[in-house]
Structure formats: C-alpha cells, structure tokens
Ligand binder design. Structure first.
Ligand SMILES: [Mg+2]
Length: 262
C-alpha cells in the first residue's frame, strides 16, 4: 500500500532552529550576570553545556521542565525555584533569534519536501511549537534546487517553506501533546488521509511514539547521532539525513535506505 500523505515535525526535521543555542546563551548570560553568585556554587561552565547535555536534559521537554533539568544537571542550588526565570528568558532569547533570522532549513529536508511534492504526496506540518509558523514563513525556497526539476511548485519565486504544505496544524493547542498522537491525527484528518496511510517524519522520541500511537508509519531523523533512541521509540526507519531515504521505495509505500547522503 502506498503512503497517502506525509506529516512533518518542524524543529530538527525541517528547520535547524536555534533552541539549543538559545538555552545555552541564556544560561551563560545569567551565570555571568544576575546569577554570578549562584554560578560559583554550581558545576556550571559555559563549555559544559554541549549538544549531549542539551539532548539529554532539555530537548523535547516542556520549557520549564527542560530549564529545571538543565539547572539540576549543573548542580545549581534551588534549580526548581530558578527554572521559571531561565525558561522565560530563554523564550525571549529565541524570539529575538527568530526575528534576526538566525536559523535555516536543513538542505536535505528542502530536497526531500520538494521531491515529495513532485511525487504528488499530500503534506502537512505538525509542530507543537508556537514558533514553527514564523520559522517556516521566513524560509524562502530556493529555485531551482539541485536534483529537482525547475519549478516543481508551479508557484512564483519567493515561495516560503510554509507554502509547500497542504495542511498546517502548527502551534494549535491540543489537550495532550506528543507522545500523544492527537496533533498527528488532526493533521492526517486535515489532509484527508487515514492514519494507517500516513508517514510521520520526526527527530524526537516523543514524536516517534506519537506517530506509532496513532497507528502511523514513522521515519526518524537522527541528525545529532541519536539513532538508537529513535529506533527504541519504535521508528520504522532511522536516517541521519533525508537524502538517505530511497524515494522510489517510498513511492511504493516502503521505507528503505537508498543512496547515501549527497
Ligand atoms: Mg523536532
């Protein structure tokens, strides 16, 4: 059975969004400024907040939970009491970074989305982040792209990433977030595809779990070397780059690794 439609997460799948940078820079500013005394009583160092720490402590968690977890990791006294301030400042930081345009689309994701569109597969974006629509609307799709025939979009140049999707449930509030499947079920319904015909593309374990809980197919994108976590979450295939996905197989409804990343 061929896939009927594809549902994309945004942060970490389509867009290299500056969440990790925002968390890191916000904590550095706090520790060098208002929290200077606290810094001296913790294990915090600026270089200690690396990608592994971000993935283990912060990524995919509700904002304040991630803040508290990071502060606990660094042995900050009263991490729970300070988490709200850290989370609030991080949100202000990321809003600023987005307004500056401090992010870009992953090139392999752009190629993949354009190829799927060329193939005629209905596509939706489904991110729980309230920043997702602004990110997508600020990314202009370059044309023509290598390996893609000119103007597969039938749209004017200047099309932004958000214009490429047939349905968009980003930022919509659902009673239960990922790993509950509600957001993906809503996206599939808007596309008019059945859950069992939907393919979800996700970079987070909670997202893979949400796809499987909804009876959907799940393609994991492990850009940060976290393949094992995504396999363990139930992904049907895990790749490091969407260039690795065999598109001919996908057109037949099969998930397989094909050519290596260009
Ligand atoms: Mg994500």
């Amino acid at each position: 059975m061929a896939f009927e439609g594809i549902l994309f997460d945004v942060d970490g799948v389509l867009v290299d969004s500056p969440h990790e940078r925002a968390w890191r820079e916000t904590l550095e500013e706090l520790m060098q400024g208002p929290w200077r005394d606290i810094a001296g009583r913790s294990r915090y160092t600026p270089t200690g907040f690396d990608t592994a720490v971000y993935l283990a402590e912060v990524a995919g968690k509700p904002r304040e939970d991630g803040a508290r977890s990071a502060l606990e990791y660094f042995g900050v006294p009263d991490a729970a009491g300070l988490a709200a301030e850290y989370a609030t400042r991080k949100q202000a930081k990321i809003v600023g970074l987005i307004q500056e345009g401090a992010f870009e689309a992953f090139p392999d994701a752009l190629r993949f989305v354009l190829a799927m569109r060329d193939m005629g597969l209905p596509m939706a974006v489904a991110s729980s982040s309230r920043n997702a629509n602004e990110l997508l609307a600020r990314i202009v799709v370059p044309e023509p792209m290598p390996g893609i025939r000119p103007d597969p979009l039938g749209k004017e140049p200047g099309t932004t990433l958000v214009d490429l999707f047939d349905a968009n449930v980003c930022g919509r509030t659902f009673p239960r977030g990922k790993p509950h499947p509600d957001i993906f079920l809503a996206a599939a319904a808007e596309l008019g595809v059945r859950p069992e015909g939907a393919l979800v593309v996700e970079d987070a374990t909670a997202g893979i779990q949400a796809a499987k809980a909804g009876g959907m197919h799940a393609l994991g994108v492990a850009r940060l070397g976290d393949e094992e976590l995504l396999w363990a979450a139930g992904a049907d295939l895990v790749v490091q780059s969407l260039d690795e996905v065999d598109r001919d197989a996908l057109a037949r409804g099969t998930l397989a690794r094909g050519r290596k990343a260009a």
